[in-house]
Write a protein that binds this ligand. Structure first.
Ligand SMILES: [Cu+2]
Length: 325
C-alpha cells in the first residue's frame, strides 16, 4: 500500500499508514456558531478560522499527535511497556494549557499494541504526589486488574494476557476516578487476532474532554487530546483504500459521546471484537469507555467531516476531517 505525504507520513504500520495534510479549513457559517460558543471559554481568542480557543495551539505542527493517532506496528511476541505517571502542563487549545496528569507525558497516553494471547508486561511507576494506578479493560487475571492505588513514588508490575482481540481503553482507577480520568490518565490498547487483520490505513481517534477551569465540567473537547487538531490538519487517506479507525469515548463528565462520518458509511465491530461487523451505519453512539473498530473506504476524492453528534461537543473542539486524496 502506497504511503503518501512525504515528510508527514508517520508511524507506518506494516503495510498500514495514514498521514496528515496541512491545509486551511473552509470558512463557512459553521464557524459562526463556533465563534459564539468560544466566548464562553475562560481563556482564548474567540476569533480565527477554526473557532479561536477550539483551535490547536499555534506551535503544534501536523505531526504533533502522531504518537497517539497512528498505531504502532502489529507484533507477534510478548510486549514490554514502561508506564510512568507524570504531572505536566499540556497545551490543549489555542491559549489554553492544563495541568494534566499523564501516562508518559501525553494525554491520551501511548498506544499499546499486542497480539491476542501474548503477555503484556507493564512496569508502572507513580512519579507524582498523588495515588494512581493503571486499569485495563478487556479480559485478564483479576490479580492484575489495576484498581489498587499505587502511592507516590510507588512501582508495580502488571502482567496481563492480551485479549480479547479488539480495542480496549486503559485508565487510572484511583478515587475520585472522574477527576483522575478528566485530568488525562487514559489511553488505547489494540489487540490483534493471531495472524493479524487485513491491510488498511489505521487511525486511533479517542474522544476526550478538558476541564480547563477546574469546575467539574468540560470546556474543551478533542480527538486525541488537542482541540481542533484534525480540523486544522485533516487525516489524509488515499481515496478508495481501506481505512480502519479505532474510535474510543474516553470523556469524563459527559454521559455519552458519538462519532459521525459525513458522506460515507462504515461497518462497526463493537469493542473491535469479532471477525464480522455487527452492522453498518454513519453514527455510532458510545457511553463512557465504550469503543468500536470501524472500517470504510472513502471512494471519492475530497473532504469528509467527522464529529460527535452532540454538537455542543463537536463545536467545542471535536470536529475533524478525513481528506481522501
Ligand atoms: Cu490517578
Amino acid at each position: 500500500m502506497t504511503l503518501l505525504g512525504a515528510g508527514a507520513v508517520l508511524g507506518s504500520v506494516g503495510t498500514h499508514a495514514a498521514a496528515h495534510a496541512s491545509s486551511a479549513a473552509p470558512t463557512t457559517d459553521h464557524y459562526e456558531s463556533e465563534r459564539r460558543l468560544s466566548s464562553e471559554l475562560p481563556a482564548g481568542d474567540a476569533a480565527g478560522p477554526y473557532g479561536g480557543s477550539y483551535s490547536p495551539p499555534n506551535e503544534l505542527d501536523e505531526t504533533a499527535l502522531d504518537a497517539v493517532t497512528i498505531p504502532p506496528p502489529p507484533n507477534s511476541g510478548p510486549v514490554e511497556v514502561e508506564m510512568t505517571v507524570v504531572e505536566t502542563e499540556i497545551a490543549v487549545g489555542r491559549d489554553n494549557t492544563v495541568a494534566a496528569w499523564t501516562y508518559n507525558g501525553s494525554a491520551p497516553g501511548p498506544i499499546i499494541r499486542a497480539t491476542e494471547g501474548e503477555l503484556i508486561r507493564i512496569r508502572f511507576v507513580n512519579a507524582t504526589g498523588h495515588d494512581h494506578n493503571l486499569h485495563f479493560h478487556g479480559r485478564h487475571s483479576p490479580i492484575h486488574d489495576g484498581w489498587e492505588p499505587v502511592p507516590p513514588g510507588g512501582e508495580v508490575i502488571y502482567e496481563i494476557e492480551a485479549g480479547p482481540a479488539g480495542v480496549h481503553p486503559y485508565h487510572c482507577h484511583t478515587m475520585p476516578i472522574d477527576l483522575h480520568i478528566s485530568k488525562g490518565l487514559y489511553g488505547t490498547l489494540i489487540v490483534d487476532p493471531p495472524g493479524g487483520r487485513s491491510d488498511a490505513h489505521e487511525v486511533v481517534l479517542a474522544l476526550t474532554g478538558w476541564d480547563v477551569n477546574d469546575d467539574g465540567r468540560n470546556e474543551l473537547y478533542t480527538w486525541n487530546g488537542v482541540a481542533g487538531f484534525f480540523e486544522k490538519f485533516p487525516i489524509k487517506i488515499p481515496a478508495g483504500e481501506p481505512v480502519r479507525t479505532y474510535v474510543l469515548n474516553l470523556m469524563e463528565y459527559e454521559p455519552v459521546g458519538s462519532f459521525h462520518l459525513h458522506a460515507e458509511t462504515f461497518t462497526v465491530f463493537p469493542a473491535g471484537i469479532g471477525s464480522q461487523p455487527a452492522f453498518e451505519t454513519d453514527v455510532i453512539t458510545l457511553g463512557q469507555m465504550e469503543r468500536a473498530m470501524i472500517e470504510f473506504h472513502l471512494s471519492d476524492r475530497g473532504r469528509y467531516m467527522f464529529h460527535p453528534h452532540q454538537h455542543s461537543i463537536a463545536h467545542r473542539g471535536a470536529t475533524g476531517w478525513f481528506s481522501a486524496i
